[in-house]
Design a protein around this ligand. Structure first.
Ligand SMILES: [Zn+2]
Length: 243
């Protein structure tokens, strides 16, 4: 832990500050190239040793400091509650999917209808945040599975997507985490996930491209077969039923 916010780390020879221009570029490049490290969200072992309430208090203090450093007057009526609001939003809402305690419990049912075709849940709203800039990723997920004899409630598919979305994410990892969870819950490899999303860190900063979106996919088991995959893609591309 650094003694204060202004100190620089030094390399072992003590002469060159590590936080030089080159390192800063590298940090930016890692973000812009969206380099992810593993399928598991990199969490510390002690991530949940402190309570949500304590986290909110600590984040509130730190966020107040960030806004102070930016030069904002936190005695202003509109701003004074912002550090608290952001802290609560981080812990209880947009990053609540970090905590395994918030993982949706998916009750399994017997496949009584003997429905053995693929089930596709498409157009699931994805609201996540890129872990490199902590700005929104907004898009849609389409998930499918072929029952191995067990089924889950439809809304559970949405909840699983939302749970993993409520973390600092890279889209590739989000896709893999959803697929992995569906396989585990449904006890089958026959699972497919597509995510089509816009990254605000691409549109509002960096290259500032407002039109591009990113598509990621995972095809497991039978979805590796071309015909099954094509059927899934056909369902996804068909217009959504009107209400
Ligand atoms: Zn980003």
């Amino acid at each position: 832990m650094k003694p204060n916010g202004t100190s620089l780390n030094t390399r072992s020879n003590g002469h060159h500050p590590t936080y030089n221009m080159l390192d800063e570029l590298t940090v930016d490049e890692i973000g812009d190239e969206h380099v992810g490290s593993s399928i598991d969200t990199p969490l510390r072992a002690d991530a949940f040793d402190i309570s949500d309430d304590t986290k909110i208090e600590l984040i509130e203090d730190h966020f107040r400091e960030i806004l102070n450093i930016l030069g904002l007057d936190l005695t202003d009526d509109s701003l004074k509650g912002t550090p608290r609001r952001v802290a609560k939003m981080y812990v209880k809402e947009i990053f609540s999917g970090l905590n395994p305690a918030n993982k949706p419990k998916a009750a399994l049912f017997e496949n009584k209808y003997q429905y053995n075709e693929m089930l596709v849940e498409k157009g699931i709203t994805v609201h996540s945040h890129c872990e490199h800039h902590l700005v929104p990723i907004i898009g849609r997920a389409h998930v499918a599975y072929i029952s191995s004899g067990k089924v889950i409630g439809l809304s559970k598919l949405n909840r699983i997507v939302q749970y993993y979305a409520k973390r600092p994410q890279v889209q590739e990892r989000l896709t893999e985490q959803i697929a992995h969870e569906l396989k585990e819950v449904l006890q089958t490899e026959d699972v497919a996930v597509i995510i089509d999303a816009r990254h605000l860190c691409v549109s509002m900063r960096g290259v500032q491209d407002v039109n591009s979106s990113t598509v990621t996919a995972h095809y497991g088991g039978k979805f590796k077969d071309d015909a099954t995959r094509q059927e899934f893609l056909r369902h996804v591309s068909e217009p959504t039923a009107a209400l």
